[in-house]
Design a protein around this ligand. Structure first.
Ligand code: NAD
Length: 507
């Protein structure tokens, strides 16, 4: 493995060759990525199984198939996405060609986390490719089997000149971060997010930070608690609770808590049998460090369901904790394990107050049939995403950006947002007057306004030309007509001004 300085130097030269820009090249690489996901499905799910004991169903659905769908979406829409878009034009630019081009940043760095070790690097990689960049991919060392497999497979399916996998832990990531990248896409915890952000700031490199935090759930009395319990437990227990958008704690009243706990007992048994440890549908904690961290959070907790654990098997039973206080360790950090504390609040306002006293969550979940309550949460809370009457599912709605705000992250991706994330939106403005030679004089006639000698007359005309008009609802063409008339009028006055200036120029 070459050192990071050589790696970035080579990649930058290769990017400068321009080879990653044509549509055909990008398409071929995305097809290669798709083929990797097809051909290596078993190897990939086996590696995830070794790293996380993730059930094959979960590994296939939420990692391999999900990633493949994102790549397919890019393949199908790439040509369209690459086209420059035409924004509306202010009056002074009516005759110009005004466009927004999606320009590749250049050398990008993708730093992945261990909990969805395939998806979290391959979706950003697909975005980097689609947008015409080159990339260094740094999978998480905490999921070593998957990291090694990606290092072996990616060069077989993608052009090695432009996409490099760089494996390693903190020292390797640190030395990578000392290099100048043109874009950094990081997924992981917030503390490391700050390190990444600080390293990027040294080179003024733009970043996307996909981080986590505590995702709250509020349940009011209008919700069907049996349905709520299914949906909340699905979110909490998937991947043994190790999902960034897993519901982290519940806020509800005492009656709802009681109903939730009794429904949850039934549901956990229905899904995993008498002993979740024996279930092939239940995952494990990634390693001993995280296992010990999670178990420590349970100290002094009142366990309503579950609580058993086995370090030799990295197993923690689905666990629900009641009578939680705001100062309990479970309420201090992201749990990232199969434990769900319930904190009692009187109503929606108290829940909002509780949420707003903490860092902005990556996802906020609300269970209520009341539109007033929906509006209240929408208006008075801030979170990366908000999902009403379900958990996690917004992740796969690729027409909305997925990402955090504040401590939970910056930037978003999925669907076209991934392409946009890896593209600099370069606005261009081409003066038609210079292209159509006969219009040269007309162009210069207008330009006279902005050059010395400065006069009040010129200032007034510029103001008139550039003044924003309120939109006339339903009468788009009328406002264009008004604008056109103003333009004509201004030109007439301008013509006089030009004659005047022309006459005095030689004087
Ligand atoms: P991790 O330990 O795999 O770390 C993430 C990456 O950061 C790794 O590639 C690692 O090499 C690098 N890293 C770790 N320490 C570093 C350091 N000191 N300096 C430089 N680089 C360093 O993953 P993690 O942070 O334990 O991941 C879990 C966290 O990620 C949770 O907070 C979770 O909510 C969040 N997450 C967010 C998303 C999202 O899409 N928003 C997805 C998954 C996980």
């Amino acid at each position: 493995m070459s050192n990071p300085a050589d790696l970035v130097f080579t990649l930058r030269n290769n990017f400068n060759s321009g080879n990653t820009r044509p549509y055909e090249f990008r398409l071929k690489q995305l097809q290669g990525l798709c083929k990797l996901l097809d051909d290596q499905e078993k190897e990939l799910t086996d590696a995830i199984l070794k790293d996380l004991r993730k059930p094959r169903f979960e590994a296939l659905l939420y990692e391999v198939k999900y990633t493949k769908n994102e790549v397919l979406n890019m393949i199908y829409n790439l040509k369209e996405w690459m086209k420059p878009t035409k924004p509306s034009k202010p009056l002074p630019f009516l005759m110009d060609e005004v466009l927004i081009h999606s320009e590749p940043y250049g050398v990008t760095l993708i730093v992945g986390a261990w909990n969805y070790p395939i998806m979290l690097v391959l979706i950003p990689l697909a975005g980097a490719i689609a947008a015409g960049n080159v990339a260094v991919i740094k999978p998480s060392e905490v999921a070593p089997h998957t990291a090694e497999l990606l290092q072996e497979l990616i060069p077989k399916y993608l052009d090695q000149e432009f996409y490099k996998v760089y494996c390693g832990g903190i020292p390797e990531t640190t030395s990578l971060l000392s290099q100048r990248f043109d874009y950094i896409f990081y997924t992981g915890n917030c503390q490391v997010g700050k390190i990444i952000h600080a390293a990027a700031a040294k080179h003024l490199t733009p970043v996307t930070l996909e981080m986590g935090g505590k995702c709250p759930v509020f349940i009011d009395q209008t919700a069907d608690v049996e349905m709520v319990a299914r949906r909340v437990l699905f979110g909490r227990l998937l991947n043994a609770g190790q999902s960034c958008i897993a519901p982290d704690y519940i806020l509800c009243d005492k009656l709802t808590e009681q109903k939730f706990v009794s429904a949850a007992k039934k549901i956990i048994k229905e899904w995993y049998g008498e002993n979740a440890k024996d279930s092939p549908c239940y995952g494990r904690i990634i390693n001993e460090r995280h296992f010990n961290r999670i178990i420590k959070l349970l100290e002094g907790a009142k366990i309503a369901i579950g609580g058993s654990h086995d370090i030799n098997d990295l197993y923690i039973e689905p666990t629900i904790v009641t009578d939680v206080t705001p100062t309990h360790p479970l309420m201090q950090e992201e749990i990232f394990g199969p434990i769900l504390p319930i904190f009692i609040v009187d109503n929606a306002s108290s829940a909002i107050d509780f949420i707003n006293k903490r860092e902005k969550p990556l996802a906020l979940y609300l269970f209520s049939t009341s539109k007033t309550t929906h509006a209240l949460f929408l208006e008075y809370t801030s979170s990366g995403n908000m999902l009403i009457n379900d958990t996690l599912m917004h992740f796969s709605c690729d027409t909305i950006p997925f990402g955090g705000v504040g401590n939970s992250g910056m930037g978003g991706y999925h669907g076209k947002y991934t392409f946009d994330t890896f593209s600099h939106p370069k606005g261009t403005n081409c003066s038609v007057f210079q292209i159509i030679k006969k219009l040269d004089k007309v162009g210069e006639l207008i330009n006279i306004l902005r050059v010395p000698p400065y006069t009040d007359q010129k200032l007034n005309l510029i103001n008139m030309f550039t003044m924003k008009l309120p939109p006339i609802p339903g009468l788009k063409h009328l406002s264009t007509l008004v604008v056109f008339s103003v333009g004509m009028f201004a030109s007439l006055i301008l013509n006089r001004g030009y004659n005047y200036w022309g006459a005095h120029k030689d004087a």
